[in-house]
Design a binder for this molecule. Structure first.
Ligand SMILES: Nc1ncnc2c1ncn2[C@@H]1O[C@H](COP(=O)(O)OP(=O)(O)OP(=O)(O)O)[C@@H](O)[C@H]1O
Length: 265
């Protein structure tokens, strides 16, 4: 006999999933951006989300984190419905959205402090953790600089610090390495690896296949708003590299024949 369905108890059903995305869909006018995406991010996993430009990664992550209302579907964080119980769900998450609009007239230190206080943390802990995060992300010397004067990579790092301050159970990071220099990227990778080792879960979108292959244990490939493949990195890549598998799944390689005018000699 099949086990009884537990539709009324999402916590039990979501089981060990840190993030459970069930049939999320979003349309912008005529454009179907996300077309019923299902993903299970196991608790304690480092999950990569990859796909070509316009695949629907940001739209999916925005719906899964309570930033963009889905047309259909559901997202559960450790069994808590993001749209039905937003306050409880958001306590469990640290979010680095793409194209972040930060309160950039604050200094870096003020911004991270503000993020901690907003989460209801006591001032002493916030101060301690802010110092730790600024040092770990190599921003200590720029703690007093206004965020509006930060470079793109520094802005990404201060937004990441703001996402980490309350030690969430799940981190949702949309392209955290974009614009970040290689040393800072390696530091961020270490922080995230340590976080996962200690029981946290991460879902990260990226265009860098090599990075995802080395850093993540699970990956999903999405294109045109649907999941093409998902599983452990080894399952998805098979015998080849993740990059080869990505190109095979997604296709779309073009030649530069139509650009003969660009040749200078
Ligand atoms: N606010 C919006 N209004 C209209 N169309 C949108 C909006 N946001 C996203 N789209 C469209 O939805 C599709 C998916 O966009 P999305 O930003 O989710 O892709 P992505 O996978 O994150 O892309 P990239 O890798 O380039 O960041 C694209 O065709 C995009 O043009």
């Amino acid at each position: 006999m099949p086990p009884p369905s537990d539709a009324n108890n999402p916590e039990a059903e979501a089981g060990s999933a840190a993030l459970s995305i069930r049939g999320l869909a979003k349309r912008f006018g005529e454009k179907i951006a996300v077309d019923g995406v299902h993903l299970e991010v196991p608790s304690g996993s480092f999950y990569g989300l990859v796909g070509p430009n316009g695949a629907g990664k940001t739209t999916t992550l925005s719906m899964a984190t309570g930033l963009l209302r889905p047309d259909h579907g559901q997202a559960l964080v450790h069994g808590v419905d993001v749209w039905a119980q937003p306050l409880e769900a958001k306590k469990l998450m640290g979010i680095l959205p793409d194209g972040v609009r930060l309160f950039d007239r604050l200094t870096g230190e003020q911004l991270v402090t503000y993020a901690g206080l907003l989460r209801g943390m006591d001032r002493e802990t916030v101060q301690e953790r802010t110092g730790d995060l600024l040092r770990a992300l190599d921003l200590a010397n720029d703690a007093g600089t206004l965020v509006v004067d930060y470079s793109a990579g520094m802005t990404k790092k201060i937004a990441l610090a703001s996402a980490l301050i309350h030690a969430p159970k799940l981190l949702v990071l949309d392209e955290p390495f974009e614009s970040v220099d290689p040393v800072s990227a390696a530091n961020i990778r270490d922080i995230l690896a340590g976080y996962v080792e200690s029981g946290g879960s991460v879902i990260v979108s990226s265009h860098v296949m090599d990075l995802v292959q080395r850093m993540c244990d699970h990956v999903a490939v999405i294109a045109a708003g649907t999941v093409l493949a998902a599983g452990t990195v080894d399952e998805v890549r098979g015998d080849g590299s993740l990059e080869d598998r990505f190109v095979e799944l997604v296709g779309g390689r073009t030649t530069s024949e139509g650009l003969s005018w660009l040749r200078t000699s």
